[in-house]
Design a protein around this ligand. Structure first.
Ligand code: ZN
Length: 168
């Protein structure tokens, strides 16, 4: 997963990093920074309320804030309760596809691999983040999550039966 491609998610396949040119040839704009500051404020509030320090929001096509959330892993006892994942699910459920595609996620930290997968499936058009993953890991003892071994493939002739013909 090209983590540094998030800032210009509409430019599929073109790796972009923070501060580098986005699809319109622009960098992170002053307007973007305003929304990022709101995400950082949500992160601080999350920490103050006893959860991990991460916050995110969705800004629609007309520049309006559609939804905000923060990390609730601790309070919900839910390892998946990252704000980016919750907002990606919300967008795919509550918005029409054209609106989702024209919506930007602003987030206090670069989405993790779990959240990025959900963002891809949601159809969101763009993500703008403050702290990059490497910058976060520099602030976080232990760094990234451990690798988990995956074994397979196996039983192809049996496993393909429920899948074949499902997709056209
Ligand atoms: Zn995440």
């Amino acid at each position: 997963m090209p983590a540094d491609g998030l800032a210009g998610a509409r430019d599929r396949g073109r790796p972009l990093g923070p501060g580098r040119a986005s699809r319109n040839g622009e960098t992170v704009t002053p307007e973007d920074e305003g929304f990022l500051r709101r995400a950082i404020e949500l992160a601080a509030r999350s920490r103050a309320s006893g959860d991990a320090p991460y916050g995110s929001l969705l800004v629609g096509p007309d520049g309006e804030v559609l939804a905000e959330d923060h990390n609730t892993v601790t309070s919900d006892r839910d390892i998946s309760a990252h704000p980016e994942l919750k907002l990606a699910r919300w967008a795919a459920r509550e918005l029409d596809p054209a609106t989702v595609a024209a919506t930007t996620m602003y987030t206090s930290c670069q989405p993790c691999t779990m959240c990025y997968g959900a963002i891809q499936r949601s159809g969101l058009g763009r993500v703008v983040f403050a702290l990059a993953t490497d910058q976060l890991n520099g602030l976080k003892p232990g760094g990234d999550w451990p690798q988990v071994p995956q074994e397979g493939p196996a039983l192809y002739d049996e496993a393909r039966v429920p899948v074949e013909g499902f997709y056209h």
